[in-house]
Design a protein around this ligand. Sequence first.
Ligand code: ZN
Length: 190
Amino acid sequence: MKVHHSQFRYLAGTGQVPQESMIYKIFISMKRLFLILPLSLLLFSCNGNAQKDKNQEDFEIQKSDAEWKEELTDAQYRVLRKAETERAFSSPLNDIEEPGVFVCAACGNELYKTENKFNSGTGWPSFDRPINEKAVGMGSDTKIGYQRDEVHCAKCGGHLGHVFDDGPKKTTGKRHCVNGDAMEFIPGQD
Ligand SMILES: [Zn+2]
């Protein structure tokens, strides 16, 4: 009671009416609350969407693991769906020099052109760039467990290989080191 009384006296001394001051304080905090509330809801929902996109990247072509296993050869399945790496110099696609397009073995998406293929000596088909920027996607943490330098088919998410910075310096400087088992070659004009 004593404290309350002296508080009142202090406020009265400054000419402020305590009740009004209280109402003003409530008004201010209400105002803040109304400003913060929608903002935090907005942030929360944005966050939710971002999280969703990251965890379940929506590929145009989506199939169950069992379906992929049935459709692909064992070697294709191990690379495309299990992100394994084929043995070096094992793929006939490594030696291809004739004009044509390399497509995804799982979905037929056009990925690379012979025009951008070069002999890296690594034993895996190597390209300095994809056929276009939308054809492939670069590593993200999805179900297959991609690494940061991983490259995959943008249409079905199938693992293709990895991208390194030791490609031809005259062009892009990039080396898309792609498993031949992940692709099929269609001869034709580049
Ligand atoms: Zn694909």
